[in-house]
Design a protein around this ligand. Structure first.
Ligand SMILES: NC(=O)C1=CN([C@@H]2O[C@H](COP(=O)(O)OP(=O)(O)OC[C@H]3O[C@@H](n4cnc5c(N)ncnc54)[C@H](OP(=O)(O)O)[C@@H]3O)[C@@H](O)[C@H]2O)C=CC1
Ligand SMILES: CCCCCCCCCCCCCCCC(=O)[C@@H](N)CO
Length: 270
């Protein structure tokens, strides 16, 4: 969905969870390069500091699985740099393996981090965005959230959940002027991918080989462009682009009907 919508980067406060390395750090750097005020959040202070300083970003230590601590950190960063205009929620991990070989704790921890971590980040910024009537939230899914990839039975459903969350949430916040976008990266060269690759079953390596890894900077460029254009789906490679469209054929057609039904039920004009 393309929508005319300009973002004034030099006046924007961009907040990135998982911004100390990988895709999050690349997004933070790209936003800083356009003159945005940037804040990054992660758990490790040393890496946060080392990543933030060269780009002139602010940082705060926070664990996205702790909603209260995360909200406090976001409040601190907003007190320092102004209300958050753009949230890019980048925290996530992939623990690949065969279904019966992945310990049940890893199914739980991936859902807590990848899905609930995105929920908590969105909940930390949305009240302010809705009150101000503007803002963009970018949640990170994956190509693997759109198509079944062998070896990702513990991971892919967390990314499909992020995708679905965005679809539900949009109906609530878009009337208030807030955009919800989903990022679908393919394999991306990051420290996280290097760790993940040490435990990928060979069949996962084989299937994933259909799409060569891209650079985190390429993903970041797509994110900024997607935000500028008010897009709902942000992808970088052609396969994922097809999957986003193919999977979403009915949704855009039904959206006007659903939005109208929602407005009527709430007694909102229009
Ligand atoms: N790389 C890839 O191939 C792909 C990645 N993705 C998704 O993109 C996102 C980024 O991936 P990538 O750049 O590879 O990730 P990395 O593992 O390279 O970086 C993860 C970042 O998140 C932070 N982080 C981890 N756990 C927490 C936590 N509990 N609370 C706060 N911050 C945390 C890390 O810092 P610290 O550990 O100090 O907290 C780090 O800054 C993830 O959601 C991933 O699933 C999607 C498709 C492909
Ligand atoms: C020509 C048509 C062929 C179709 C074949 C389908 C191939 C699917 C490739 C899936 C790649 C999965 C990327 C997941 C990345 C990810 O999320 C992790 N790296 C997370 O860190």
């Amino acid at each position: 969905m393309r929508r005319k919508r300009r973002i004034d980067w030099p006046h924007a406060h961009v907040l990135v969870t998982g911004g100390s390395q990988g895709i999050g750090a690349a997004v933070a750097r790209a936003a800083a390069a356009r003159g945005a005020t940037v804040s990054i959040l992660a758990r490790g202070e040393e890496l946060l500091r080392a990543t933030a300083e060269p780009m002139g970003a602010n940082w705060a230590v926070a664990d996205v699985t702790d909603p209260a601590g995360l909200s406090r950190a976001v409040e601190q960063l907003e007190a320092r740099s102004g209300p958050c205009d753009v949230l890019v929620a980048c925290v996530g991990t992939a623990l690949p393996g065969r279904f019966l070989e992945v310990p049940v704790e890893e199914f739980e921890s991936q859902m807590r981090l990848n899905y609930l971590g995105a929920v908590h980040a969105a909940r930390a910024v949305l009240p302010g965005m809705v009150a101000r009537g503007r803002g963009t939230v970018v949640l990170t899914s994956s190509t693997a959230g759109l198509i079944g990839v062998v070896g990702y039975s513990g991971y892919a459903p967390t990314k499909a959940a992020v995708h679905e969350l965005a679809h539900c949430l949009r109906y609530e916040v878009q009337p208030a002027g807030v955009t919800v976008a989903v990022l679908y990266p393919p394999d991306t060269d990051t420290p996280g991918l290097a760790v993940e690759n040490t435990r990928k079953p060979p069949e996962t390596v084989a299937v994933s080989g259909a799409v060569a890894p891209v650079s985190a900077d390429k993903v970041a460029a797509a994110v900024l462009k997607g935000i500028e254009q008010g897009r709902h789906h942000i992808s970088v490679d052609p396969l994922t682009r097809v999957l986003v469209r193919a999977g979403g054929i009915a949704e855009p057609l039904l959206r006007p009907f659903l939005a109208r039904t929602i407005r009527r039920s709430l007694g909102t004009p229009g």
